[in-house]
Design a protein around this ligand. Structure first.
Ligand code: FE2
Length: 261
């Protein structure tokens, strides 16, 4: 089985890299742990205490991994902690995924059959820290082309469990869980459907989600620190665009656990 332990966001400039790090700290209390440089990119590792959030700044778009999730600012990949790496590599390939990285690479990247990018890492690569009282990374949403192919991949490879499937105006969203984080697979009736293109065309990691203790206070902070509120009316989930250009969704504490009941 696999557990989501890492989320990597590619920033398009030094300015948005620095600004978004301050934004996540000021708004969600997601705090810096270390800075690294490897394979042509700087990474600013941050955490909510549970999941490692890596902001990445590539030297150029021509670096080997820079455009794996598309050009420009992107939610680049998720990272999953796995116990048995060789058997996991086999499962990824048996279920239609493709291994991208050198097989000896500590953070081994793969393309899921739906095209999004993931990475498997050994247990303990990202250790847990003190939990932020201001925000918990609770949700990852992926736009998929084929709901059933994507579902089988996450069930068969990582043992994610299905929680619910809802259809709304042709948009299908299936929530799954790794036991901790809510993973939503979303298929839209077309690229013109509302919100379909918020993160660009085609399959992608569409947005990530943070649970907060006080929605109203969080949205005040979003605006004060350079974020844009995209949809304001819902009491349970509000999408924002962070200074790095990517979409994040804010929900009240416990929203995903409540939805799963
Ligand atoms: Fe990574």
């Amino acid at each position: 089985m696999g557990r989501i332990v890492h989320l990597a966001i590619k920033c398009a400039s030094r300015e948005t890299y620095e600004k978004s790090a301050r934004f996540y700290k000021d708004v969600f209390g997601i705090y810096e742990t270390k800075n690294t440089y490897d394979r042509g990119h700087h990474s600013k590792h941050m955490t909510d205490g549970n999941i490692d959030l890596a902001l990445m700044l590539y030297d150029s778009e021509d670096e080997k991994e820079a455009r794996l999730a598309g050009p420009g600012a992107r939610i680049h990949h998720i990272g999953l902690e796995v116990l048995d790496r060789p058997s996991m590599i086999k499962k990824i390939e048996d279920n239609g995924g493709r291994i991208f990285s050198n097989r000896a690479e500590g953070a081994l990247k793969y393309h899921s059959p739906d095209g999004t990018l993931g990475e498997i890492v050994g247990v303990g690569r990202y250790i847990k820290k003190d939990m932020s009282p201001q925000g918990r990374i609770a949700h990852i949403a992926m736009k998929v082309n084929d709901m059933e192919v994507a579902t089988r991949f996450y069930e068969n490879v990582f043992d994610f469990k299905q929680i619910s499937t809802k259809t709304d105006g042709g948009r299908v969203s299936r929530h799954m869980s790794d036991g901790d984080t809510d993973i939503a697979l979303v298929s839209y009736p077309s690229e013109d459907a509302p919100e379909a293109n918020l993160a660009g065309e085609g399959p992608c990691i569409h947005h990530w989600g943070v649970e907060v203790p006080d929605m109203a206070a969080a949205l005040v902070k979003v605006r004060a620190h350079g974020g844009e509120v995209l949809a304001g009316a819902s009491a349970t989930a509000v999408k924002i665009r962070a200074p790095d250009g990517n979409v994040c969704e804010i929900s009240p504490n416990g929203a995903y656990a409540a939805a799963a009941v």
